[in-house]
Design a binder for this molecule. Structure first.
Ligand code: SAM
Length: 182
């Protein structure tokens, strides 16, 4: 299992960013995302996309993001520009994810991304603090690159269950089939 935790959410200002953390987690192979409990609007958007484009993918609010980290029975990866270089630690993280633990074949991984300044406790609670470059950029970009490294591209082949609609890839143009069209 791979879950994503979004720490911090400034209503209004962070609405799209928090939503995009959820959509990126879903599209690139994570199983679930937690948002802070003031991000109900982002939760609704991600649930709506999951209803239309398929799952499984879970979205939940939490009033205690740090509690989610404390209760997590697996490994914790905190994405931060101050962390170890992803290219230096990805093998170790993949190995833990694949070889230990639960019935899905590996140790569950919780990926934590911030919004504003992240409390130092989170750096200490993490098994790995990981930088996708040591340059400041975005939680959405960091999450996307990290998930693709973790799954080594296999997430791109994922099949979606219970989708109402499916995009038919094309060289030019836009085609979306609804479930009724087969
Ligand atoms: N300035 C804040 C701090 O010092 O904690 C971070 C703000 S940044 C816009 C929001 C989030 O993007 C961070 O918490 C981190 O999860 C992610 N992020 C930004 N740059 C990153 C990088 N180079 N590697 C990994 N994650 C990054």
């Amino acid at each position: 299992a791979v879950a994503v935790l979004r720490l911090g959410h400034r209503p209004g200002r962070d609405e799209r960013m928090t939503t995009h953390v959820g959509l990126t987690a879903r599209a690139l192979g994570a199983d679930r995302v937690w948002f802070p409990d003031n991000a109900g609007q982002s939760l609704e958007t991600v649930e709506d996309i999951t209803d239309r484009f398929g799952g499984p993918f879970a979205v939940e609010l939490t009033d205690s993001p740090q509690g989610v980290i404390g209760d997590w029975e697996g490994r914790v990866v905190h994405l931060t520009m101050y962390g170890e270089r992803v290219q230096d630690v990805e093998d170790e993280i993949r190995k833990a994810h694949r070889s230990e633990g639960d019935e899905s074949g590996g140790e569950p991984i919780l990926i934590v991304v911030g919004a504003e300044k992240v409390p130092f406790d989170v750096y200490e609670a993490a098994d790995w603090n990981v930088g996708v470059t040591n340059q400041p950029h975005s939680e959405v970009a960091g999450l996307a690159v990290f998930l693709d490294r973790l799954f080594e591209g296999r997430e791109l082949e994922r099949e979606w269950a219970d989708a109402d609609r499916r995009v038919v890839p094309m060289e030019t143009g836009k085609r979306v089939e609804s479930e009724d069209d087969g």
